[in-house]
Design a protein around this ligand. Sequence first.
Ligand code: PEP
Ligand code: MN
Length: 267
Amino acid sequence: MKINNLTIKGKPAAKPLILAGPCSAETREQTLETAKELASFGIEIFRAGIWKPRTKPGGFEGVGKAGLEWLREVREVTGMMTATEVANSKHVEMALNSGVDILWLGARTTANPFAVQEISDALSGTDITVLVKNPVNPDPELWLGAVERLLNSGITNIAAVHRGFSTYERGLFRNLPQWHIPIELKRRVPSLTVLCDPSQIGGRPELIYPISQQAMDMGFDGLMVETHINPSVALSDKDQQITPLALNSILKALIIRTSIDSSERLG
Ligand code: PEP
Ligand code: MN
């Protein structure tokens, strides 16, 4: 599988690449306030879900199309790039039309080859950056299969996101990291950019720092962290979101080693 180094809007991706923002865009105010504060700490890419895949019906399923307008305002007001999750071809069409810079496939979508194929077909002919979260089950083939479907549609700016794997047992983590799976992915495709999402893995604020540090130590290329202006009132993933201020102190505390020989790094 041939993958180039990741570029975003034609420029090489920063290293480490940091995406931050709320699990969900909830209101215009919450979206803009979160983005402004992140921008004030130098974060350049804003993530926010607007179509939310929820386990059961009846929960907050995202604001939908209205959120695209808020993301446009985030770009305008802060100069940040924006990223959102797409789960079908309609989402892709709407997100592309409204100028979203980066799209991601969620864990439930990556697990569904029909959906991945539909999205890949809808993206064909664009040069947008696409992030592929691991499938909910620990299957590196399914993860790579999604990357391959995108590649086959001519999408070349692809990165993987490790967000842990579902289990029945409840333990320390919300989703088990099973680090050997992203290691295997990287071994199979060394040029693939791999990010870590400590929010979905940890499921609680106090785990964001240690998981992020572990990812950095293992040579991951960046982080996607759920960040909310007021986590205690978040409409989704309330227990794992952190404030922009907390994110800033975590990022400042991270030790990012660059001296290790390239042959000994995951990346
Ligand atoms: C998210 O990032 O908000 C999300 C739903 O992630 P995942 O697909 O990894 O569960
Ligand atoms: Mn979430």
